[in-house]
Design a protein. Sequence first.
Length: 258
Amino acid sequence: QYSPDNVAGVDGDTDPTEITFPGCSCLTSSCVVHVCSCLRHGENYNSLCLRPTDKEEEYAKPIFECNAMCQCGESCQNRVVQRGLQFRLEVFKTEKKGWGVRTLDFITKGRFVCEYAGEVLGFNEARRRIQAQTSKDSNYIIAVREHLHSGQIMETFVDPTYIGNIGRFLNHSCEPNLFMVPVRVDSMVPKLALFAATDISAGEELSYDYSGRFHNLPITNGEQKSLEEDNRLRKPCYCGSRTCASFLPWDSSLFSTP
């Protein structure tokens, strides 16, 4: 079932479509950084393109867009992901990787491309679905972890297996041309937005790093060791890049007992 937006999963504690954020009181056509309450963390976009993070920052920073309760207009520059698809994308059959997605338009670096939408699940249901899979099944469940200043980690699990959008057909690459950023519009449930990491030519396949390390922290020694131990359970990677890790990224946390 196609859905451009996230929907509540069977055990979802929150409804991702519910509006829980207060809006800004800006009466200008486009909100101004540090004046607008939605932009208190800094400007997000510049001419529809994602502003690059500072090189000193270890992680991509979260983004808060203006929402349905804001008094600014629909033309506000802080409304990008919520506008949805702006490029023509095509699902096609690849040689080794099953279905894939390519763009029919040229995409400028920093532009929003598409969302990875699906059922928003709680940890227990995500783990139950993962553990019910066989080695022949395709896994579409993504676990996104955001590191807070307090040291806490906020987790979001999205499964587009049964309900989702074109994002479910995107393949992994060890040298991707997209990267994922959690973008919040109406509530704390993020939209998993994919942005262009470089200029992308028309006809080029779109891909992102399933592990989330692209544009984030490099792999640690501890992670590397666990990856090597789990190789027997992992699926081969056919991205063909020069730095290919030979296997698709693997997250063992959903296979462990509580």
